[in-house]
Ligand binder design. Sequence first.
Ligand code: NAI
Length: 367
Amino acid sequence: MSPAATVNKEKILAVLYSAGKYAKEQPKLLGTIENKLGIKEWLESQGHEYIVTDDKEGPDSEFQKHIKDATCVITTPFHPAYLTRDIMNKAEKLKIAITAGVGSDHIDLNAANERKITVAEVTGSNVVAVAEHVIMTILNLVRNFVPAHEQIMRGEWNVAQVARNSYDVENKVIGTLGAGRIGYRVLERLQPFDPKELLYYDYQALPEAAANKVGTRRVEDLKEFLGQLDILTINAPLHEGTYHLINKETLGYMKPGAWIVNTARGAICDAQAIKDALASGHLNGYGGDVWDQQPAPANHPLRSAINNMGGGNAMTAHISGTSLDSQERYARGVKEILDNYFNNREQTLANLIVIDGQYASKAYGQR
Ligand code: NAI
C-alpha cells in the first residue's frame, strides 16, 4: 500500500465570513467563504472533504448540520461560530478546532478539555494589526477625530465644536489590561508619544527587561490600576475572569473623562454600562472593533452610544485583526496546523490553547 493511501480521510468544516463581490476584486481576502483560506485544492488533492460556509446560526444552519461528522473545524473570531458544549456534544467525531486568527473564546474550552478536543489558534498572526488599530483608536478618541470628520462630510466648518473636546496623548496615564503579545506591542508603540506613565495589569508579570524597555509599571490591584488611568486599552482574552470585568462598578473606579479602547473581546465590557457612562459624561470615549454579539444587531447599544458632547464613539466592525497581511499569516498558519494534525506531528506549543484535556495556554485565566 502506498503511504498516501494510509492517510485518514478527514472532514474539515470551515465557518468564515462572506465577501461577496469583494472576493473577486481582492483575492487576498483569504479568510472568506469565497477564497476558503486558499487551502481547498491542497485539502481535496489529499482526498479530504472541505465544507466552507458562513451559515452559523441555529440548529438548521450548515454549521450545525456538518459539525455532526466533521473531524476538524475551522472558525474565525471575525464571524464566530459558537462551539458550545451542546454543539460539541453533537460533534461526535471532532478532534481539533482551529481558530483562523487569535482568540478562542467562541469555543467552550472546558467542554473541549472534557472531550479531549485540541483547540489551536494561529498565535501572533494578527497582533501587529491589532496593536496598530489600538493606537489609531486612541488617537481618534483623544483628538476627537470622528466628529471632526463627520462635520466635514456634512459641509460644515466649526473648529470650536471639535476643539472643545480634543486633547493630546502626550502626558496621559495609559494602561493595558493584559500585557501579552498585543498589550506589549501597544506599550511599545505608545512610548514615543511621551505618556506621563505606562501601566499594566496582568497576573503574569512581564520579564523585567521587557518592562524596562518600554518603561511600564505593573499595578496588581484592579481598582488602583483603573483609578490612575486617563486611557485604558484592553488586551486580554475573554474567559470566566474577564467576562464583564468592566462594568458599572469598575467603571466607577475610573477617573471622570477617561477613554477606553477594547479590541480584545466585546463581552469583557458591559455594553449598556459603557453606554450609560458615556451618556453621563463619566467616560469621554469608547472605541474598538469587538462586540458581545457578532454581527452586532442594528440596535446594539454601542452603535448609538455617544458622550455628552455628541462624540466619543470610535467603534468599527470586527476588522482590526483581519488586515490583508494578517489574513495571509493566519491562512498559512491554519494550513500548518492541519498539516501537523494530518501527519501526527506535534503542534507548535504557542499555538495550542487546550490539548489532551488540559490548558496549554496560561492566558485563559489563572488555574
Ligand atoms: P496573549 O495570550 O499573548 O496575551 C494575553 C494576556 O492577557 C496574557 O498575558 C494574560 O496573562 C493576560 N490576561 C488574561 N486574563 C487576564 C486578566 N483577567 N487580567 C489581566 N490580564 C489577563 O494574547 P494576545 O495575542 O495579546 O491577544 C489577546 C486577545 O486579543 C486575544 O485573546 C483576543 O481575544 C484578542 N484579539 C483580538 C483581535 C481583533 O481582531 N480584534 C485579533 C487578535 C486578538
